[in-house]
Design a protein around this ligand. Structure first.
Ligand SMILES: Cc1cc2nc3c(=O)[nH]c(=O)nc-3n(C[C@H](O)[C@H](O)[C@H](O)COP(=O)(O)OP(=O)(O)OC[C@H]3O[C@@H](n4cnc5c(N)ncnc54)[C@H](O)[C@@H]3O)c2cc1C
Length: 287
């Protein structure tokens, strides 16, 4: 109550629960032992300065869920599950390191240093030089099931507002299944897929989506045509000089292609990465 007194009228307050928290920055060494996979606070903990503890656990679950599904239905070798730790561990390490750095700023105990910090931050705000961090401290994937080259591999895919075939406006994710997707900004690159790549893609239950700026949203021959509202996707593709991207079920970009060869190679690389054995997936396309 003594602490709250400086901030609010405490005459009408009842404290239901109070607890002292000890902050940790912890990262488990092994996230998998055969059929046991650890996630969430069981394998990493962060100081709370960026509000990322549960977020990291949710990212673990999102990373692992689609991999388990692919393995269970025979579309990927169980070695794919090793990519969970490979992808998530450096990601969590970077986010926890950022939280520690922010903690040094927020948790300054020296009153003189804290006053100097406040002065500096206020001056930066006033001068318009303060940087709003938002999602910038969230890193990309640097390894795991991503294409071997290309600047888009491992980045988060964009999330445009689109017009659904029934006329409502929604997020692209509301229209897609949690499967792999080949996404293009025009119909032509979709036709670059070789017969073998197309067959493999269908077997994988992969989606094919063309996002355009005008026209009608609809579904024809297994290809969804979607009209976006704000040009977010078109600008992003133009900026990265990409004609087609392969997006993972968790909406990280597997890789981007600028021509037919690259796109078919990318499909081959993905199949190779999934390492589906014993399934009837066609052989990787390596041309
Ligand atoms: C003060 C505070 C503020 C926070 N703020 C944020 C925030 O703003 N944003 C954010 O993203 N995160 C925040 N977090 C972190 C977030 O709460 C945790 O990261 C998250 O709850 C971890 O979820 P979890 O499911 O991995 O583990 P837990 O929430 O710890 O769940 C584990 C569960 O397993 C149960 N359990 C343990 N052992 C057994 C057993 N042997 N058998 C059966 N059950 C068992 C436990 O009782 C518990 O219910 C904050 C944490 C604290 C303490």
């Amino acid at each position: 109550m003594k602490l709250l007194k400086g901030f609010t009228d405490i005459s009408d307050l009842t404290i239901w629960r109070s607890a002292l928290y000890r902050f940790h920055a912890l990262l488990g060494q092994r996230w998998r032992d055969r059929r046991v996979l650890l996630m969430g606070d069981a394998v990493h903990q962060t100081p709370p300065f960026l509000g990322q503890g549960l977020c990291a656990g949710i990212r673990d679950a999102v990373n692992l869920a689609w991999k388990l599904r692919l393995v269970l239905r025979g579309d990927a070798d169980e070695a794919l599950l090793d990519s969970y730790e490979i992808e998530r561990k450096p990601h969590v390490r970077a986010v926890v390191a950022s939280a520690k750095e922010f903690g040094k700023i927020i948790g300054e105990l020296d009153p003189v240093a804290a006053a100097a910090r406040d002065l500096r931050l206020r001056a930066e705000l006033k001068a318009g030089t303060a940087e709003t961090i938002r999602q910038k401290f969230i890193p990309d994937l640097v390894s795991g099931l991503i294409a071997r080259d290309g600047d888009l591999a491992g980045r988060l895919f964009v999330q445009p507002h689109v017009h659904a075939p029934d006329g409502r406006t929604c997020r692209l994710d509301d229209l897609l299944q949690p499967e792999f997707a080949i996404v293009t900004a025009a119909a032509e690159p979709m036709a670059w897929l070789s017969d073998a790549s197309r067959a493999a893609w269908q077997h994988l239950a992969g989606e094919r989506v063309v996002i355009t700026a005008s026209g009608e949203s609809g579904d024809a021959g297994g290809i969804q045509s979607v009209v976006e509202r704000d040009g977010l996707f078109a600008d992003w593709m133009r900026h990265h000089r990409a004609a087609a991207v392969i997006v993972r079920p968790d909406r990280y970009v597997f890789g981007a292609a600028g021509n037919a060869d690259e796109l078919n190679r990318l499909v081959g690389q993905l199949l190779e990465g999934l390492g589906a054995k014993g399934s009837s997936l066609p052989a990787p396309v390596t041309s």
